[in-house]
Design a protein around this ligand. Structure first.
Ligand code: PGA
Length: 242
Protein backbone atom coordinates (compact mmCIF):
# COMPACT_ATOMS: atom_id res chain seq x y z
CA UNK A 1 0.00 0.00 0.00
CA UNK A 2 1.31 3.43 -0.93
CA UNK A 3 0.32 6.33 1.34
CA UNK A 4 0.62 9.87 0.00
CA UNK A 5 -0.18 12.87 2.16
CA UNK A 6 -1.08 16.24 0.70
CA UNK A 7 -1.22 19.59 2.46
CA UNK A 8 -4.94 20.11 1.89
CA UNK A 9 -8.00 19.05 -0.08
CA UNK A 10 -7.09 21.09 -3.17
CA UNK A 11 -3.70 19.37 -3.39
CA UNK A 12 -5.34 15.98 -2.79
CA UNK A 13 -7.70 16.65 -5.69
CA UNK A 14 -4.86 17.64 -8.04
CA UNK A 15 -2.80 14.59 -7.05
CA UNK A 16 -5.80 12.30 -7.46
CA UNK A 17 -6.52 13.72 -10.91
CA UNK A 18 -2.86 13.24 -11.90
CA UNK A 19 -3.05 9.61 -10.79
CA UNK A 20 -6.28 8.86 -12.65
CA UNK A 21 -5.21 10.73 -15.80
CA UNK A 22 -1.91 8.80 -15.92
CA UNK A 23 -3.75 5.49 -15.56
CA UNK A 24 -6.19 6.42 -18.34
CA UNK A 25 -3.31 7.54 -20.60
CA UNK A 26 -1.64 4.15 -20.06
CA UNK A 27 -4.92 2.15 -20.35
CA UNK A 28 -7.44 4.10 -22.45
CA UNK A 29 -9.99 1.26 -22.31
CA UNK A 30 -9.69 0.82 -18.52
CA UNK A 31 -12.65 -0.42 -16.47
CA UNK A 32 -13.25 2.06 -13.63
CA UNK A 33 -15.57 1.84 -10.66
CA UNK A 34 -16.25 5.30 -9.27
CA UNK A 35 -17.58 6.52 -5.93
CA UNK A 36 -19.93 9.35 -5.15
CA UNK A 37 -19.68 11.13 -1.78
CA UNK A 38 -18.02 14.47 -1.15
CA UNK A 39 -14.38 13.42 -1.15
CA UNK A 40 -13.85 12.55 -4.84
CA UNK A 41 -15.62 15.65 -6.17
CA UNK A 42 -12.43 17.71 -6.43
CA UNK A 43 -10.69 14.94 -8.36
CA UNK A 44 -13.64 14.70 -10.74
CA UNK A 45 -13.68 18.48 -11.33
CA UNK A 46 -9.97 18.46 -12.09
CA UNK A 47 -10.45 15.56 -14.52
CA UNK A 48 -13.37 17.36 -16.15
CA UNK A 49 -11.14 20.38 -16.75
CA UNK A 50 -8.62 18.13 -18.51
CA UNK A 51 -11.34 16.51 -20.61
CA UNK A 52 -12.61 19.98 -21.59
CA UNK A 53 -9.07 21.01 -22.51
CA UNK A 54 -8.77 17.95 -24.73
CA UNK A 55 -5.92 16.37 -22.74
CA UNK A 56 -7.90 13.39 -21.40
CA UNK A 57 -9.38 10.82 -23.76
CA UNK A 58 -12.33 9.13 -22.07
CA UNK A 59 -13.91 7.72 -25.22
CA UNK A 60 -12.94 4.09 -24.59
CA UNK A 61 -13.32 3.86 -20.81
CA UNK A 62 -15.86 1.57 -19.17
CA UNK A 63 -17.35 3.00 -16.00
CA UNK A 64 -19.19 1.11 -13.26
CA UNK A 65 -21.41 2.68 -10.62
CA UNK A 66 -20.09 1.79 -7.15
CA UNK A 67 -23.33 1.79 -5.19
CA UNK A 68 -26.93 2.94 -5.29
CA UNK A 69 -29.89 3.30 -3.02
CA UNK A 70 -32.53 0.67 -3.83
CA UNK A 71 -36.19 1.13 -4.60
CA UNK A 72 -36.16 4.73 -5.88
CA UNK A 73 -38.47 6.16 -8.52
CA UNK A 74 -36.72 6.83 -11.86
CA UNK A 75 -36.49 10.60 -11.35
CA UNK A 76 -35.63 10.56 -7.62
CA UNK A 77 -33.26 13.41 -6.72
CA UNK A 78 -31.34 11.09 -4.37
CA UNK A 79 -30.25 8.77 -7.16
CA UNK A 80 -26.53 8.10 -6.74
CA UNK A 81 -26.37 7.43 -10.47
CA UNK A 82 -27.66 10.94 -11.05
CA UNK A 83 -24.83 12.20 -8.82
CA UNK A 84 -22.26 10.12 -10.74
CA UNK A 85 -23.69 11.40 -13.99
CA UNK A 86 -23.60 15.05 -12.99
CA UNK A 87 -20.17 14.97 -11.32
CA UNK A 88 -18.26 12.47 -13.46
CA UNK A 89 -19.89 11.00 -16.55
CA UNK A 90 -21.33 14.10 -18.22
CA UNK A 91 -18.39 16.44 -17.41
CA UNK A 92 -15.93 13.84 -18.72
CA UNK A 93 -17.97 13.22 -21.87
CA UNK A 94 -18.62 9.54 -21.06
CA UNK A 95 -21.48 8.07 -23.12
CA UNK A 96 -24.30 5.95 -21.65
CA UNK A 97 -23.11 2.90 -23.62
CA UNK A 98 -19.81 3.05 -21.65
CA UNK A 99 -21.56 2.78 -18.28
CA UNK A 100 -22.73 -0.16 -16.12
CA UNK A 101 -25.33 0.87 -13.57
CA UNK A 102 -26.69 -0.43 -10.36
CA UNK A 103 -30.20 0.72 -11.29
CA UNK A 104 -31.84 2.33 -8.26
CA UNK A 105 -35.31 1.74 -9.73
CA UNK A 106 -34.68 -1.93 -10.58
CA UNK A 107 -37.82 -4.05 -10.04
CA UNK A 108 -35.58 -6.94 -8.99
CA UNK A 109 -32.48 -5.52 -7.23
CA UNK A 110 -31.03 -9.00 -6.56
CA UNK A 111 -31.10 -9.81 -10.26
CA UNK A 112 -29.58 -6.40 -11.02
CA UNK A 113 -26.67 -7.18 -8.67
CA UNK A 114 -26.06 -10.52 -10.36
CA UNK A 115 -26.10 -8.85 -13.79
CA UNK A 116 -23.62 -6.27 -12.51
CA UNK A 117 -21.17 -8.93 -11.34
CA UNK A 118 -21.48 -10.68 -14.69
CA UNK A 119 -20.59 -7.37 -16.38
CA UNK A 120 -17.58 -6.89 -14.06
CA UNK A 121 -16.39 -10.40 -14.91
CA UNK A 122 -16.94 -9.80 -18.64
CA UNK A 123 -14.79 -6.66 -18.38
CA UNK A 124 -12.01 -8.76 -16.81
CA UNK A 125 -12.41 -7.06 -13.42
CA UNK A 126 -11.67 -3.46 -12.53
CA UNK A 127 -8.51 -1.71 -13.60
CA UNK A 128 -9.15 1.11 -11.14
CA UNK A 129 -11.44 1.61 -8.16
CA UNK A 130 -11.83 5.24 -7.04
CA UNK A 131 -13.14 5.02 -3.49
CA UNK A 132 -13.93 7.16 -0.47
CA UNK A 133 -13.71 5.93 3.11
CA UNK A 134 -16.91 5.71 5.12
CA UNK A 135 -16.81 6.98 8.70
CA UNK A 136 -17.45 3.35 9.73
CA UNK A 137 -14.80 1.97 7.36
CA UNK A 138 -17.20 0.95 4.65
CA UNK A 139 -16.20 0.69 0.99
CA UNK A 140 -19.15 1.53 -1.22
CA UNK A 141 -22.03 0.34 0.94
CA UNK A 142 -20.17 -2.72 2.19
CA UNK A 143 -21.17 -2.00 5.76
CA UNK A 144 -19.36 -3.61 8.69
CA UNK A 145 -19.14 -6.48 9.25
CA UNK A 146 -18.17 -7.28 5.64
CA UNK A 147 -16.20 -10.33 4.64
CA UNK A 148 -13.74 -9.97 1.77
CA UNK A 149 -15.53 -12.52 -0.44
CA UNK A 150 -18.93 -10.81 -0.50
CA UNK A 151 -20.39 -10.23 -3.98
CA UNK A 152 -22.45 -7.32 -5.25
CA UNK A 153 -25.73 -7.40 -3.36
CA UNK A 154 -28.60 -5.65 -1.64
CA UNK A 155 -27.75 -4.32 1.84
CA UNK A 156 -29.38 -2.41 4.70
CA UNK A 157 -27.59 0.81 5.52
CA UNK A 158 -25.93 1.05 8.91
CA UNK A 159 -26.83 3.78 11.39
CA UNK A 160 -23.46 5.46 10.71
CA UNK A 161 -24.08 5.57 6.98
CA UNK A 162 -27.60 6.89 7.44
CA UNK A 163 -26.16 9.63 9.64
CA UNK A 164 -23.34 10.53 7.24
CA UNK A 165 -25.57 10.37 4.14
CA UNK A 166 -28.08 12.65 5.87
CA UNK A 167 -25.67 15.48 5.06
CA UNK A 168 -26.22 14.87 1.34
CA UNK A 169 -30.03 14.94 1.36
CA UNK A 170 -31.03 17.26 4.19
CA UNK A 171 -31.70 14.90 7.08
CA UNK A 172 -31.87 11.31 8.25
CA UNK A 173 -35.44 10.80 7.14
CA UNK A 174 -34.44 11.53 3.55
CA UNK A 175 -31.89 8.70 3.46
CA UNK A 176 -33.18 5.44 1.93
CA UNK A 177 -32.58 2.41 4.14
CA UNK A 178 -31.74 -0.14 1.46
CA UNK A 179 -28.97 -0.03 -1.09
CA UNK A 180 -27.05 -2.05 -3.64
CA UNK A 181 -23.29 -2.16 -3.43
CA UNK A 182 -20.50 -3.44 -5.57
CA UNK A 183 -19.12 -6.43 -3.69
CA UNK A 184 -16.03 -6.63 -1.52
CA UNK A 185 -14.73 -9.40 -3.81
CA UNK A 186 -14.97 -7.24 -6.94
CA UNK A 187 -13.40 -4.20 -5.23
CA UNK A 188 -10.54 -6.03 -3.57
CA UNK A 189 -9.63 -7.68 -6.89
CA UNK A 190 -9.19 -4.30 -8.63
CA UNK A 191 -5.73 -4.00 -10.17
CA UNK A 192 -5.44 -0.44 -8.84
CA UNK A 193 -7.29 1.32 -6.05
CA UNK A 194 -7.26 5.01 -5.21
CA UNK A 195 -8.64 5.59 -1.72
CA UNK A 196 -9.34 9.29 -1.12
CA UNK A 197 -9.56 10.51 2.46
CA UNK A 198 -9.97 14.09 3.60
CA UNK A 199 -10.68 15.85 6.85
CA UNK A 200 -10.14 15.50 10.55
CA UNK A 201 -13.39 13.54 10.94
CA UNK A 202 -11.76 10.66 9.01
CA UNK A 203 -8.60 10.57 11.13
CA UNK A 204 -9.56 7.73 13.47
CA UNK A 205 -11.06 5.48 10.80
CA UNK A 206 -8.10 6.05 8.47
CA UNK A 207 -5.74 4.94 11.21
CA UNK A 208 -7.82 1.79 11.81
CA UNK A 209 -7.91 1.17 8.06
CA UNK A 210 -4.16 1.41 7.58
CA UNK A 211 -2.75 0.23 10.88
CA UNK A 212 -5.47 -1.68 12.67
CA UNK A 213 -6.15 -5.39 12.47
CA UNK A 214 -7.55 -6.62 9.16
CA UNK A 215 -11.14 -7.31 10.12
CA UNK A 216 -14.68 -7.42 8.70
CA UNK A 217 -15.49 -4.76 11.31
CA UNK A 218 -13.45 -2.29 9.25
CA UNK A 219 -14.13 -3.39 5.66
CA UNK A 220 -11.51 -1.00 4.26
CA UNK A 221 -8.82 -2.73 6.35
CA UNK A 222 -8.80 -5.52 3.74
CA UNK A 223 -7.07 -3.04 1.44
CA UNK A 224 -3.93 -3.67 3.54
CA UNK A 225 -3.50 -6.95 1.71
CA UNK A 226 -4.90 -5.96 -1.70
CA UNK A 227 -2.59 -5.21 -4.61
CA UNK A 228 -2.03 -1.81 -6.19
CA UNK A 229 -3.57 0.35 -3.44
CA UNK A 230 -2.76 4.07 -3.26
CA UNK A 231 -4.13 5.99 -0.31
CA UNK A 232 -4.28 9.73 -0.87
CA UNK A 233 -5.05 11.62 2.31
CA UNK A 234 -4.76 15.23 3.32
CA UNK A 235 -2.89 16.41 6.37
CA UNK A 236 -6.14 16.85 8.30
CA UNK A 237 -6.89 13.13 7.91
CA UNK A 238 -3.31 11.95 8.51
CA UNK A 239 -1.34 14.44 10.61
CA UNK A 240 1.78 12.23 10.94
CA UNK A 241 4.82 12.82 8.81
CA UNK A 242 5.43 9.92 6.46
P1 PGA B 1 -17.62 11.17 1.83
O1 PGA B 1 -18.23 9.70 1.87
O2 PGA B 1 -16.66 11.19 0.68
O3 PGA B 1 -18.82 12.07 1.57
O4 PGA B 1 -16.96 11.41 3.13
C1 PGA B 1 -17.38 8.59 1.94
C2 PGA B 1 -18.17 7.33 2.15
O5 PGA B 1 -19.14 7.32 2.92
O6 PGA B 1 -17.82 6.30 1.55
Amino acid sequence: MQLTITEDYAALSRAGADYVAALIAASPAAALVVATGNTPMGVYSALAARAAAGTLDTSRLRVFQLDAYAGLAPDDRRSLFRWTNESFLAPLGIRPDQVVLLPDDAPDPDAACRAYDAAVAAAGGFDLAILGLGPNGHLGFNEPPADPGLPTRVVRLSEESIASNAAYWGGRDAVPRAAMTCGMAQLLAARHTLLLVSGEHKRAILRRTLEGPITPDVPASFLQRAAGVTVLADRAAWPDTV
